[in-house]
Design a protein around this ligand. Structure first.
Ligand SMILES: NC(=O)c1ccc[n+]([C@@H]2O[C@H](COP(=O)([O-])OP(=O)(O)OC[C@H]3O[C@@H](n4cnc5c(N)ncnc54)[C@H](OP(=O)(O)O)[C@@H]3O)[C@@H](O)[C@H]2O)c1
Length: 348
């Protein structure tokens, strides 16, 4: 059951569907249905994001009680506004809802922006995250924090959870610091490192949707051959829910099962969507003139999560794209219930 804060609901107008729209639409293709039993309520901080929205739909569909979902500047019906940089706001929200689990896919994940604005983004990615971690500790809630393959330098490749973080950019440094703080607060917390998440998305920013848009319009795309593990976001959400249900704590690599070069992945996306793969041009990473050094090969080993969750393993590119395509119509129906992502509000 979803709970709403009454004054906020009045301001947002009539109650809009919150992730629960897909509930009961069980099909053999689109959703793997597990029972993600959780004792107590779940809060998703950043329910408007790619990962946060998939989490919300996954938990709601499995009939877990999502106590609240938050937004920062993209309002949505039933979501509560939260700026996690404000510790008092974080505490007030958690105290009002008493969740047993708080998932935090909220962040500023724009790698170049982090590089150019380290102090501003650190306030969200490190200080904001740790505001939640401290409040969770005081209230006895477990926290799920999303980190990144960018905590590694990409020189060795194929990293395990045992490898020491060695970030080469500001985003990676912020993630590594937040990881340490989250686990120091409570070793029961989960740190999930992910990479290249893709899937249907309210604000269509992810790489697969960009490839689909450009190629559908006949536009060529220049893509570097950096190697990583693209991660189908619905699979990431299922693995998160299964780890939480299993009572797991510590660091897990939760990425797609397959390591692939980004240009090759783009061609596979093109073929899956019936688009012209020859529009993808491979270019050296240096041609992008990004301010941010990026790991050349930041693929992550997922053995640990496979051992713990043999029934809910990370999936590869073919299975991810197949599931995404099969979900297209279902997503289109759901997306009609969402507000315009361009309608931002000032968080202040
Ligand atoms: N996507 C990937 O490929 C990828 C790869 C590696 C790691 N990760 C990590 O996985 C997590 C989820 O990524 P994502 O792609 O789902 O990100 P996203 O789509 O950009 O969503 C970010 C969420 O954070 C919220 N948010 C931003 N600033 C906030 C603040 N000050 N207080 C509260 N909420 C705030 C946003 O709210 P509004 O929309 O309302 O502003 C949004 O809901 C992030 O930690 C990211 O660093 C992602």
């Amino acid at each position: 059951m979803l709970k709403y804060n009454t004054p906020r609901r009045k301001r947002l107008g009539p109650r809009a569907p919150l992730g629960g729209v897909l509930e009961g639409r069980k099909t053999q293709y689109t959703r793997i249905w597990y029972s993600f039993g959780v004792d107590g309520k779940i809060m998703v901080i950043g329910g408007t994001g790619l990962v946060g929205n998939a989490l919300l739909r996954t938990w709601t569909a499995s009939r877990a009680e999502v106590a609240a979902a938050t937004y920062h500047c993209h309002p949505s019906g039933g979501f509560l506004q939260l700026d996690m940089q404000d510790e008092a706001q974080v505490r007030a929200l958690l105290e009002a809802h008493h969740p047993a689990v708080v998932a935090v896919p909220a962040a500023n994940p724009f790698v170049d922006y982090c590089e150019l604005h380290p102090a501003e983004t650190r306030r969200v990615n490190v200080d904001g995250t740790l505001n939640v971690a401290r409040a969770c500790k005081d209230l006895g809630a477990r926290m799920v924090f999303y980190s990144s393959d960018y905590v590694f330098d990409g020189l060795k490749g194929t990293y395990t959870e045992e490898d020491a973080p060695c970030p080469i950019n500001e985003y990676g440094r912020q993630k590594a610091e937040a990881e340490r703080g989250v686990l120091a607060c409570d070793p029961r917390n989960l740190v999930l490192r992910t990479s290249g998440a893709y899937g249907w998305q309210w604000e269509p920013k992810n790489f697969v949707l960009q490839v689909r848009k450009n190629l559908s319009e006949g536009k060529p795309m220049r893509v570097a051959a950096l190697r990583y593990n693209p991660t189908y976001v619905e699979n990431l959400a299922e693995i998160t829910a299964a780890l939480v249900a299993a009572g797991a704590g510590g660091i897990f690599h939760t990425v797609g099962a397959e390591e692939v070069a980004r240009d090759e992945f783009a061609r596979r996306v093109a073929r899956a969507f019936g688009l012209d793969a020859s529009l993808i041009q491979t270019v050296p990473a240096a041609e992008f003139k990004s301010p941010t050094p990026r790991p050349k090969q930041s693929s992550l080993i997922t053995e640990k999560v496979r051992r713990l969750l043999p029934g809910c393993p990370p999936i590869g590119v073919a299975a991810g794209l197949e599931r995404m395509l099969a979900m297209e119509r279902e997503w289109a129906v759901y997306a009609r219930t969402l507000p315009d992502p361009a309608a931002k509000v000032s968080p202040k």
